[in-house]
Design a protein around this ligand. Structure first.
Ligand SMILES: [Ca+2]
Length: 129
């Protein structure tokens, strides 16, 4: 039987959560947008059911939602947030170690509250190549 554990996400306003492997160790990690700081709060999974202490990665203003996906096609997990007032989406390019490059703003207008990352994997049979 499991008992509840609490892992601090630090100060800020946290609305949603995303789970994915951000550092390539095959252990799920947690990312949470913090609209107050503003930042994405990341807690790395340690593989034993616990999470490491949080780290905050700066975003543009008022991130409301976060996705984890390889958005740049380099095979590494990236983070993107839907920002309510920044005028777009914050992209944090993953460096593969669980660290991220400085924030980039992708213009997409104001009032964003949610993101969906769609990854389509197509594996062609040898006869179709
Ligand atoms: Ca991981």
């Amino acid at each position: 039987m499991f008992s509840a554990q609490h892992f601090s996400t630090g100060p800020g306003f946290h609305h949603t959560i995303a789970v994915g492997d951000l550092d390539g160790d095959d252990v799920p990690d947690v990312a949470i947008p913090d609209s107050q700081t503003p930042a994405v709060t990341v807690l790395r999974g340690l593989g034993d059911g616990t999470l490491a202490a949080y780290a905050k990665w700066p975003t543009f203003t008022e991130p409301q939602d976060v996705v984890i996906a390889d958005l740049t096609g380099d095979g590494l997990a990236d983070l993107a947030t839907a920002d309510y007032t920044s005028g777009g989406v914050t992209l944090l390019r993953g460096l593969g170690s669980g660290a991220f490059a400085p924030r980039e703003l992708l213009a997409a207008g104001s009032g964003l509250i949610a993101l969906i990352a769609v990854v389509i994997l197509v594996k062609l049979a040898p006869s179709f190549r």
